[in-house]
Design a protein around this ligand. Structure first.
Ligand SMILES: [Zn+2]
Ligand SMILES: [Zn+2]
Length: 357
């Protein structure tokens, strides 16, 4: 447990504001500034140990490593005219190329700030574009900032990088990049891919080649709430982290798993966000010399999104923050518990023996 105030970087650039999928898209224009304003109004940006860091765009050198030149060219073309789309649910707009470079570059800038020792943790109001793959974007994601961040970390000689992804949608892009890579452990907690986008992320997808065992999927049934989620976290995550001993943790807290969020069907409260963040933060201090980067990922209800991000900043910075009282519509019932017990056992059976746990 850190017994002092950690230095936290808050990633920002006014160019975030040019983001525009249109007013009817769930990823609304202005969401990054909304997050910033909320943190500010909660007093979480005013602490001496929280510093603003100006995000820089993704460099061409990193972009070329993370995406095919054909895909990058197609994004450029859409960006010039504003015509066309990245995929069916990811519209284009004029300037999307430059905007996406900045949104994803923020994560790499944060990684550099941590590696240089300027801060111990960073929090970006954007990032977490975990559906983007090498040859195509999608699922609201243009350029995969997690893949870019991992590339940056490897350039600095790190070879045990943990991606802890609690976004309610499976991180299929991240899984694809690192499926055979034992240097990157990807843990993804998400709603059952049977019915939930992106329809990947089953328990039996555990990695390939030397990467077998380093890709861990924990899917949840519809309506799963805090108690089953906490059970699955406690049963799986601490053992995996202690085995892997990550040198850096990239963390998506999963704001779209909240019960107010309409894009998915889990029933978590902000209490769970705080719990998970606390555990991941402690793990970063235990194994990674504090090196922790938090990217926002999804979160489509403005209230639960802001409560969640503020709770994360509160944990990282040690400043007080309490979200309003929350009343999820259900408690975890017997059937939910049975399914989650079974799934946790399946995850343990498929991954733990391979890793020697
Ligand atoms: Zn800390
Ligand atoms: Zn999501």
């Amino acid at each position: 447990m850190p017994n002092r105030d950690c230095r936290v970087g808050f990633m920002w650039n006014t160019a975030f504001d040019s983001f525009d999928y249109g007013d009817r898209h769930p990823l609304r224009p202005g969401r990054f500034r909304m997050i910033r304003d909320y943190l500010d109004s909660a007093g979480l940006l005013a602490s001496a140990n929280v510093v603003e860091i100006e995000a820089e765009p993704l460099s061409m050198a990193v972009l070329e490593r993370v995406h095919s030149s054909e895909y990058v060219e197609s994004v450029r073309r859409i960006s010039q005219t504003g015509e066309g789309e990245i995929d069916i649910d990811t519209p284009g707009f004029r300037g999307i190329y430059e905007n996406a470079l900045m949104l994803s570059g923020a994560t790499v800038t944060g990684v550099r700030a941590v590696l240089s020792g300027h801060v111990e943790h960073f929090l970006s109001p954007t990032g977490g574009f975990h559906h983007a793959k090498f040859e195509r974007g999608g699922g609201f994601c243009v350029f995969n900032d997690i893949a870019a961040a991992v590339h940056e970390l490897k350039q600095h000689g790190l070879n045990r990088i943990l991606v802890a992804d609690f976004d309610v949608h499976h991180g299929n892009g991240d899984q694809a990049y690192f499926y055979d890579d034992p240097e990157v452990m990807v843990i993804s907690f998400h709603e059952d891919p049977e019915w939930m986008y992106p329809h990947e992320g089953y328990v039996n997808e555990i990695g390939s080649g030397r990467g077998v065992g380093y890709n861990i999927n924990m899917p949840f049934p519809m309506d799963a709430g805090d108690s089953v989620y906490r059970y699955a976290f406690d049963e799986l995550v601490p053992k995996l982290i202690d085995l892997f001993r990550p040198q850096f943790i990239l963390f998506l807290p999963g704001f779209d798993a909240h019960y107010l969020d309409r894009l998915a069907h889990l029933k978590l409260t902000t209490t769970m966000t705080r719990y998970i963040t606390g555990r991941i933060h402690n793990a970063a201090h235990k194994w990674s010399e504090g090196r922790l980067g938090v990217v926002t990922g999804g979160g489509y209800h403005p209230d639960s999104l802001c409560w969640g991000v503020a709770s994360v900043m509160s944990v990282l910075s040690g400043r007080e923050y309490s979200p309003p009282r929350q009343n999820p519509p259900f408690k975890d019932d017997e059937e939910t518990w049975r399914t989650v017990h079974e799934t946790v056992d399946q995850v343990k059976d498929s991954v733990f023996p391979v890793l020697g746990i």
